[in-house]
Design a binder for this molecule. Structure first.
Ligand code: MTE
Ligand code: MO
Length: 288
């Protein structure tokens, strides 16, 4: 740790989303609350040393194509990271939000792999090895692969595609003040860059309005959005749709299932629908 602290460090705010976030919702609306459908994510300011600097200091074999990183827990959670990513923006982090990492987040050091699935963010790092091949560990074969309709599994699905969710109103945040001014708000993010725009629908995706971003989207970080409306007290089918800087548009559930089928667990970034009743109560439903 003392050696690590003497390398030049960087601070970045990034989201870390588990690839299994929203994984229960493939077949239909299941869990009644944004915490349960979309809660496997965090967003923090990490302080760390670029992995590139550590590899260079170690005099790594530049012919190596992969970096295998292991944690000190029983699972080890070993993952193979392609060298291009390792040399690009991966950090070996030792602080979050200005304080030492909490033990649950990987104290003393964890990997930060911006935009990529949470499983690659190895906690409690004990070993970093440069290899010429991917290790094909448990976490990248029997887990964190996506079986398609024809039985073939996709692998190396690292980036988290653009996604968003309305956090209020929602099942855990019903409207309690009756009709009149209402702030619709939520979060959007993309593992492929900054959020450019978020649209909100009150009628299950028939019509859309562009939401206001709390501040311009930042790369691989959560972006809060707002739509300020005058609620007439009638029911709504509330949805949000994220668009990132690559032009990618968050898909409907139907669009996602057309490509991926029903065998997947991971990487479900579909548009979420909350049915908001006249009472202000909200429920997880599916319309498209
Ligand atoms: N060593 C180790 N690292 C790990 C894990 C683990 O079980 N062991 N779980 C991974 C998974 S599946 C996720 S989603 C993220 C979650 O990070 P967080 O708890 O800081 O949000 O850590 C990853 N890093
Ligand atoms: Mo995870």
């Amino acid at each position: 740790m003392r050696d690590l602290e003497r390398f030049p460090r960087e601070n970045h705010v990034y989201f870390c989303e588990c690839a299994a976030n929203t994984g229960m919702e493939w077949a239909g609306a299941q869990l009644n609350g944004a915490q349960f459908t979309h809660g496997m994510i965090h967003n923090m300011e990490y302080t760390g040393v670029p992995l590139r600097l550590l590899l260079e200091e170690a005099g790594y074999d530049t012919a190596g194509k992969w970096v295998f990183v292991e944690g000190a827990d029983a699972s080890s959670n070993g993952r193979s990271i392609p060298m291009d990513k390792a040399l690009d923006d991966v950090l070996v982090a030792f602080k979050a939000n200005g304080e030492a990492l909490r033990k649950e987040h990987g104290y003393p050091v964890r990997l930060v792999v911006p935009g990529w699935e949470g499983n690659m963010w190895i906690k409690w790092i004990r070993r970093i090895e440069v290899t010429n091949f991917p290790v094909e560990s448990r976490e990248e074969t029997s887990k964190y692969t996506d079986t398609l309709e024809n039985g073939v599994s996709r692998k190396w699905t690292w980036a988290m595609d653009a996604k968003s969710v309305v956090t209020s109103p929602s099942p855990q945040a019903p409207i309690k003040h009756g009709k009149g001014p209402l702030v619709i708000t939520g979060l959007a993010w993309s593992g492929n860059g900054a959020i450019k725009r978020v649209d909100v629908s009150k009628d299950g995706g028939k019509t859309w309005e562009t939401a206001r971003l709390a501040k311009p989207g930042e790369k691989m970080a959560l972006t809060r959005f707002y739509l300020d409306i005058d609620w007439d007290g009638s029911e709504m089918l509330l949805q949000s749709r994220a668009i990132d800087e690559t032009g990618y548009v968050q898909p409907t559930k139907t669009q996602l299932r057309d490509v991926r089928g029903l065998n997947s667990i991971y990487h479900n970034n579909c548009i979420q629908t909350w049915w908001v009743r006249e009472s202000g109560e909200a429920e997880n439903v599916e319309v498209s």
